[in-house]
Design a binder for this molecule. Structure first.
Ligand code: ATP
Length: 465
């Protein structure tokens, strides 16, 4: 390319733009950085994590204080936990608090086909970070480049990881560069990365509990015009199992619904719509079900709703047979409290609720349909966990790792299958014993397409009276 450029210059002609653009593409700048304005105030909840990070911020702001005591500045911090829980946000807040240059990269960016290319990228990144110090290098999905090495490892990957280790070892006391890695799978990482002096601080960032969800929702609704009746407490309760990214999305979707309806304020109904959209996907306005399918879906969802009410694990918010995303219908069930452990009976109850759609179809139409695929996948997961992880089957209390699982696969399948079959039989019986309620709920759904918790309760109550 250089030769081509010189040729144009010799000919006294301007270098054509296509040549310059191509040049940029051939040598991408792996090490661009930003100066984020994010602070710890933008990160809701996670107080214990922030406390741990305050120390690192202090290290970076007042290195002398620590040097006098002979303390070494930590070189690496590893965030681990499920996606969307604020790992990137926290790393950018550390950069913002310390006025550092923020290098935000992903592990997979360093995975290359040609030996040495990934390692070179790592070298360039660290050179630039040292030049622009104080710096924070944030490597998301670090497992892509830092996975455990073994005898059949790929040479290119090993070289890249080695280079990362070399760079981290090469930090001098004064370099003021901190590497923050993030992964969803700590167990995949190579031991060498986790050794003291490299990523020696491991911070778990888990799914937010009620308090953190409340704080996150407050942050994301702070500058939005909310109707007085909107209760963030209630919203935090309804969003059990949601991560920070989901919550930010709900706040944003609610605002978009308000704009769409030309409303000056964001109301509770906008939040409910946003919640439904985030959980169940986009409402498909044009995909009308044919009459026969609508009947099947009505009984399927009525089955879920009725068994859910009978088992009584978590309240139903809404039942709908309006197709959304890939689902033809859905039951919106939101627990009103955070749960961390479930008893065996509760897991069985969950499976019955999931199986009730299929059971209802079979009871009424005496045939199976393809509509229960997702339910069956979830049921299979629960049954397998009961056998392999929770010691809730006749196979005993031992947890089974992948090796044992493949060795015992036939027995595990048999055991899990018998749990599911028993649940299914009991679900059929439950529906049979409450067949009138099933017809009533299904007919109501068929006519009105949706049903709220209160409507369901009043229909069932009427039937009992
Ligand atoms: P991934 O593992 O998928 O990269 P992550 O853990 O890095 O996810 P972030 O990208 O930091 O997650 O979070 C996504 C978005 O969720 C943030 O931009 C922010 O809007 C919101 N969010 C997550 N956690 C919090 C929090 N504690 N406070 C405020 N907002 C949050």
């Amino acid at each position: 390319m250089k030769m081509l450029n010189n040729l144009f210059k010799k000919l006294n002609k301007p270098v054509p733009v296509f040549a310059q653009t191509k040049m940029e593409k051939e040598t991408p700048d792996d090490s661009s950085y930003t100066k984020p304005k994010t602070t710890f105030d933008d990160v809701a909840g996670l107080d214990e994590v922030k406390e741990e990070l305050f120390e690192i911020v202090d290290f970076m702001k007042n290195p002398e204080k620590y040097k006098k005591m002979g303390a070494k500045i930590p070189k690496g911090v590893l965030f681990y936990g499920p996606p969307g829980t604020g790992k990137t946000l926290l790393a950018s807040a550390v950069a913002g608090e310390t006025n550092s240059s923020f290098f935000n990269v992903t592990g997979s960016e360093f995975v290359e086909k040609y030996v040495g290319v990934g390692a070179k990228r790592v070298r360039t990144l660290f050179e630039k970070a040292r030049k622009e110090a104080p710096s924070i290098i944030f490597i998301d999905e670090i497992d892509a480049l830092g996975a455990k090495r073994h005898s059949e490892s790929n040479n290119e990957k090993d070289q890249t990881l080695n280079q990362l280790l070399v760079e981290m070892d090469g930090f001098t006391k004064d370099s003021n560069v901190i590497v923050i890695g993030a992964t969803n799978r700590l167990d995949l990482l190579d031991e060498a990365l986790l050794r003291p002096g490299r990523f020696d601080r491991h911070i778990h960032i888990g799914s937010p509990n009620y308090h953190t969800r409340f704080e996150i929702l407050k942050v994301h609704t702070k500058n939005k015009p909310l109707d007085k009746r909107v209760s963030i407490e209630l919203l935090a309760k309804k969003t059990h199992g949601f991560n920070g990214a989901h919550l930010a999305n709900i706040a944003n979707e609610a605002a978009i619904f308000a704009v769409r309806e030309n409303s000056k304020l964001i109301t509770e109904s906008h939040f409910d719509k946003a919640l439904e959209r985030v959980i169940a996907g986009l409402e498909s306005k044009n995909s009308k079900l044919i009459e026969k399918e609508k009947k099947i879906v009505s009984y399927h969802e009525a089955g879920h709703a009725l068994v859910s009410d009978l088992v009584g694990i978590s309240p139903i918010q809404k039942i709908s047979i309006i197709p959304r995303g890939q689902a033809l219908g859905y039951v919106l069930q939101l627990p009103d409290e955070d749960r961390y452990i479930y008893t065996k009976d509760e897991l069985i109850g969950k499976m019955k609720i999931l199986l009730a759609g299929k059971a209802s179809e079979e009871l009424i139409f005496n045939q199976k349909s393809t509509g229960a695929k997702d339910d069956l996948r979830k049921v299979t997961d629960i049954a397998n966990q009961m056998v392999c992880e929770y010691g809730m089957s006749d196979l005993g209390f031992m947890t089974l790792d992948n090796n044992t699982k493949s060795f015992l696969s036939e027995k595990i399948q048999k055991e899990a299958n018998s749990i599911v079959e028993k649940c299914y039989e009991e679900t059929l019986e439950l529906l049979q014993n409450n067949i009138n309620e099933l017809h009533i709920i299904s007919n109501h759904l068929f006519e009105n397409e949706t049903m709220t918790h209160d409507e369901l309760k009043s229909l069932i109550r009427k039937e009992i009276c």
